[in-house]
Design a protein around this ligand. Structure first.
Ligand code: NCD
Length: 353
């Protein structure tokens, strides 16, 4: 059974196949209008979402399939105390594929363990968001023509911004990628992502310094909902604002991406700049989800060649946002490249030796 829980669950080659399929769908829309006839997508959204849920819904509808699910956990059995594990066991009987968004980190990973149908992670807490990454890759490919030899600036909330985490993991696998990290001190990347970055990355706290070197500028919103202290959010929320004046420092061919929703971080005077690709990016999200749904439904029975090996965890996870603390699941771990034991659900360090 193939799922998409992490942006590296698809190899580079498989990622390219999904992107190629999305490009073919764009060119031959009507040829795909019935390929999912009789199939059902369940959208299980435990956390607010507009574009991701509608994008999945619209993708399945364009493939001729049907959609069921919930967009508010309060209206489902979750409000009666049902676990994620039980919910997906039940939903497996009603649908052919699941897209799940959850406020707990690792929830889709648990879902995949208990599901009889493919599970797609549509965003888990501040952890990962692999279908946004596919959207971003398709956008870069369509705008710039290639995914290698690029300098990519990631700006804003790199700590809680799950789209950034998934994008780095996927993009570092391409040749000649250089990341420029632009964030306030308090919102820097978590160490499990920093540890796997190519060593040539640059860190800066000014957008002006970064802009002239970039081919892609990936702007993000400061993730208000993940802050324990609202005063910290207020202090940090307007750290970086891209405006038309700053855009004069950028290359003529640079593109600006943003997973949206934007708050203040891109001034509306940038919208008319041809380099502003964020609204075109939204539509790419639908095409790439169409390609992903087709791919996973087809691959349903195939084995994953490089599935990550996990072992019983030596101790419970200490990340208060991790799903393994609230679900009665076997605690699992994996050993990273540095020999560090990490939680299999949310990637946090369990033990250092
Ligand atoms: C992102 C998300 O939900 O992580 N949005 C999206 O899926 N398009 C980014 C965000 O909420 O800031």
């Amino acid at each position: 059974m193939r799922h998409l829980i992490d942006s590296t669950d698809l190899t580079v080659q498989e990622t390219q196949q999904v992107l190629d399929l999305a490009l073919d769908i764009i060119d031959n829309r009507s040829a795909y209008s019935r390929v999912c006839e009789g199939k059902k997508l369940a959208t299980l959204f435990y956390e607010p979402s507009t574009r991701t849920r509608l994008s999945f819904t619209s993708a399945m509808m364009e493939l001729g399939g049907n959609v069921l699910g919930f967009s508010d956990a309060g209206t489902s059995s979750v409000s009666k105390g049902e676990t994620v594990a039980d919910t997906v066991r039940v939903v497996s009987a009603f649908a052919d594929i699941i897209a799940m968004r959850h406020f707990k980190e690792g929830a889709p990973c648990i879902a995949a363990q208990y599901s009889r149908i493919p599970v797609i992670n549509a965003g888990d807490g501040g952890h990962a968001h692999p279908t946004q990454t596919l959207t971003d890759l398709l956008s870069i490919l369509r705008e710039l023509g290639h995914l290698d030899n690029l300098t990519v600036g990631l700006c804003g909330d790199l700590k809680y911004g799950r789209t950034v985490h998934s994008l780095i993991k996927a993009m570092k696998r391409y040749e000649g990628i250089r990341f420029v990290l632009i964030s306030p001190q308090e919102l820097r990347l978590p160490d499990y992502i920093k540890n796997i970055m190519p060593s040539n990355f640059v860190e800066t706290d000014t957008l002006e310094e970064a802009l002239p070197m970039l081919d892609v500028l990936y702007m993000t919103r400061v993730q208000q909902e993940r802050f324990a202290d609202k005063n910290d959010y207020e202090r940090l929320k307007d750290s970086f604002i891209l405006d038309a004046k700053k855009m004069t420092l950028a290359k003529e061919k640079m593109i600006v991406l943003h997973p949206l929703p934007r708050v203040n971080e891109i001034s509306t005077d940038v919208d008319s700049d041809p380099r502003a690709a964020y609204f075109r990016q939204v539509e790419n999200g639908k095409f790439v989800r169409m390609a992903l749904i087709c791919t996973l439904l087809k691959k349903r029975e195939e084995e994953h060649p490089d599935a990550r090996e996990t072992v019983p965890a030596s101790q419970p996870c200490t990340n208060s946002r991790c799903i393994s603390l609230s679900e009665p699941v076997v605690k699992r771990a994996y050993i990273d490249a540095d020999g560090v034991e990490r939680c299999a659900y949310c990637d946090h360090v369990l033990k250092n030796e």
